[in-house]
Design a protein around this ligand. Structure first.
Ligand code: COA
Length: 171
């Protein structure tokens, strides 16, 4: 299977924030931002693998600045690291104020996606090629995070419920 460059799957989503994305005071809901984070990471994963990819885990995300109605939210996603069937994607969220042009860092998150193949089983994915110094640093950092994450996940591991099945129409 041919390896792929980070630049081949990089994603940037831009979305303007309307009242339905915010509370009555105009602050954008954290949940809406998390949805954009998940979407951007999912697109990057699907671009990299051309498979159905599902979220296996989301590392913690701190909201370090607020975003408001009228801001443009950017979700910038790129793949940091690949395992056999899973990949870590990093997503950076920024808010742009259209009056000033200032971009503010809202938060960043790391998500792990798994590619599914036949019978919805994890399937092998192309390896990522980090090219720039920054991509190489992210790759090494992600490798360390993966070890910690998997140790934590083991503690919470439960058997998948056999009653959870996909509708025939969606296959
Ligand atoms: C994610 C999922 C496919 C993993 O299935 P599994 O049978 O546990 O798979 P395996 O143990 O063979 O692991 C497959 C890969 O997932 C990784 N993985 C499994 N659980 C993980 C977790 N909690 N966090 C990060 N990675 C995880 C493994 O490290 C492995 O990666 P690798 O092949 O690169 O080494 C399965 O748990 C699942 O379907 N979960 C629901 C996903 C979903 O629907 N998400 C949307 C929200 S509901």
């Amino acid at each position: 299977m041919e390896s792929k460059k980070v630049s081949e799957s990089r994603v940037e989503i831009a979305q303007i924030m309307y009242p339905e994305h915010a509370n009555p005071a105009g602050n954008v809901h954290g949940g809406h931002i998390l949805k954009l984070v998940d979407q951007a990471a999912a697109i990057a994963g699907a671009r990299h693998t051309h498979r159905n990819v599902v979220t296996a885990s989301v590392d913690r995300m701190d909201f370090i600045s607020p975003a408001f109605i009228g801001n443009v939210i950017f979700a910038k996603a790129s793949i940091n690291y690949t395992g056999k069937t899973s990949m870590e994607t990093g997503v950076r969220i920024e808010a742009e104020c259209l009056k000033t042009g200032i971009h503010t860092h809202i938060g960043s998150a790391y998500l792990t996606f798994v590619a599914l193949g036949e019978n919805d089983k994890p399937t092998e994915i192309p390896q990522i090629i980090p090219e720039t110094d920054e991509e190489k640093r992210r790759y090494e950092d992600a490798k360390k995070r993966r070890e910690l994450r998997l140790q934590q996940a083991k503690k919470h591991r439960v058997v998948v419920q056999p009653c959870i099945v996909r509708s025939e129409k969606l296959k």
